[in-house]
Design a protein around this ligand. Structure first.
Ligand SMILES: *Cc1c(COP(=O)(O)O)cnc(C)c1O
Length: 472
């Protein structure tokens, strides 16, 4: 596998470099130069594989310079039944009605799909750092899901410390309890008097200081990491294999993906480019519909943070979609100069216009898009519960709502279940008047003792705290 940058600079090729290097020095993103084709025959060979074995086959394609044995043991360490779903399947297909099913991705430790890639990343980070005898300090800001997925992936790992800024008093009780109840020495929860954007600015400010960055080996954990995308490709293949059987004549499957940063659905797009018979990739957004607009018009116009709505599907409340650059790079036939020009346009004018490509989005790549409102999500949660007595979370409800518009007879439509309803029980309660049952092991989570430090929204103070506690 040869890797290149969307902005043209040479990139390192090994597994550990790809893993540790989120962003290329030219500001671009890492992407394979070309993708291998997986034919129908290979897919049939993979049909009986467990999730773990399929993950090995697919991640092998993307992992240069790591031995099969080491990759195998990382995967075994990650995708085992204690971490996911208590001994049942890691990822499950849950039929709803007609051709509509959920692809259950929220059975990991923090009950959201991000666990699937992040748990692998956590083990991979530790492996690489120990091998290279390096220490790493991860610094990040979270409004909820990313932070907890990262902390649960990196807790108790050797050679790594995590400093996670969260907006004090602005996360749900469940999210707070999930993060702050971690007692691991290497996890530092910093609750800051500020909002998410202010916290992100502090992270950017600290990591832009090159000397500081090098002294403490500062790392970021974000959705542009290629290894994260690679680990997400696996469940599209797995979902396709579960939704079809070997004597199906019509083997196409569609996927609907509740989207924010374009990371999850990008993995589906890559799977499709590798030959997985995907009919449609339905991109679902909430009121923050920057991506819906892009796929409908070809115009990409990110929102200013102040104009980004706070919604009942908060993990999709994004102002811009970092991973979109990888798709654009492909659209402009891998010409880094055009990518640079587009992002310059963006910085100058606040948008760029690729409307001449728009007809290709559906015809060539299968992309269509739609969005939901708060009321849509409430109605959808009610509808699914009334019909099937199944609880779904507001992000998944967004997907189900948009999926019904694009589903076609005879073609399985898999909606990615990105979070468990337990995580967003306030909205479920608003819809149904009752909350989803909490798994017994989480019953007391809100009563557990918490470990976190409250700080002012002040980069200097946060930096001092970091300097005292960083692993060196
Ligand atoms: C992160 C997240 C999303 C959005 O995924 P992207 O990869 O950013 O598009 C959707 N739903 C949930 C529950 C999430 O945590």
């Amino acid at each position: 596998m040869k890797y290149i940058s969307t902005r043209g600079k040479e990139v390192c090729q090994g597994f550990s470099d790809i893993l540790l290097e989120g962003l290329v020095a030219d500001g671009g993103l890492i992407i394979p130069e070309s993708l291998p084709k997986i034919g129908i025959q290979k897919l049939e060979e993979w049909r009986e594989l467990s999730y773990e074995d399929l993950a090995f086959e697919i991640l092998s394609i993307f992992s240069n310079e790591i031995s099969s044995n080491d990759l195998r043991s990382l995967i075994t360490k990650t995708y085992h039944s204690e971490a996911f779903n208590f001994g049942k399947e890691i990822v499950t297909l849950k039929p709803l009605f007609n051709n509509l099913s959920l692809l259950g991705l929220s059975q990991g430790p923090t009950l959201a799909f991000k666990d699937i890639a992040m748990q692998f990343l956590g083990n991979a980070f530790e492996y690489v750092l120990i091998n290279k005898n390096l220490k790493l300090n991860i610094i990040g800001a979270t409004s909820g899901d990313t932070g907890s997925a990262a902390e649960y992936a990196l807790r108790n790992k050797k050679n790594i410390s995590v400093f996670m800024l969260s907006p004090y008093g602005r996360m749900s009780l469940f999210q707070r309890s999930q993060m702050y109840s971690l007692k691991d020495q290497n996890i530092h929860n910093i609750a800051v008097y500020g909002n998410f954007d202010e916290l992100q600015d502090i992270v950017k400010f600290l990591s832009s200081n090159l000397k500081f960055k090098q002294t403490y080996r500062l790392g970021l954990i974000n959705s542009i990491n290629w290894i994260r995308i690679a680990a997400q490709i696996v469940y599209y293949f797995y979902g396709w294999l579960r939704a079809t059987n070997s004597n199906d004549t019509n083997k196409k499957v569609s996927f609907t993906v509740p989207s924010g940063n374009f990371g999850n659905i990008l993995a589906g797009h890559i799977a499709r480019c590798m030959g997985l018979p995907i009919h449609r990739l339905v991109l679902a957004t909430n009121e923050n519909n920057v991506l819906e607009e892009f796929f409908k018009t070809g115009i990409y116009r990110p929102r200013k943070p102040a104009l980004t709505y706070i919604t009942s599907s908060p993990s999709m409340d994004i102002s811009h979609a970092s991973n979109l650059e990888r798709f654009i790079f492909q659209l402009v036939e891998q010409d880094p100069e055009q990518v640079k020009k587009l992002w310059l346009d963006l910085a100058e004018n606040g948008f760029f216009d690729l409307s001449h490509f728009q007809p290709l989005f559906e015809k060539e790549y299968g992309f269509v898009s739609g969005s939901s409102t708060h009321q849509d999500r409430i109605e959808t949660i009610k509808w699914i519960y009334k019909t099937l007595e199944i609880f779904i979370d507001p992000h998944t409800a967004d997907g189900v709502k948009v999926a019904t518009k694009f589903s076609e007879p005879g073609i399985p439509m898999l909606v990615l279940e990105t979070a468990s309803p337990v995580k967003f029980s306030e909205t479920v309660k608003e819809a149904l008047g009752k909350t989803p049952p909490i798994p017994s092991y989480l019953k007391n989570i809100e009563q557990l003792p918490q470990k976190f430090t409250i700080m002012n929204c002040n980069a200097k103070e946060i930096r001092e705290y970091f300097e005292v506690h960083a692993i060196t």
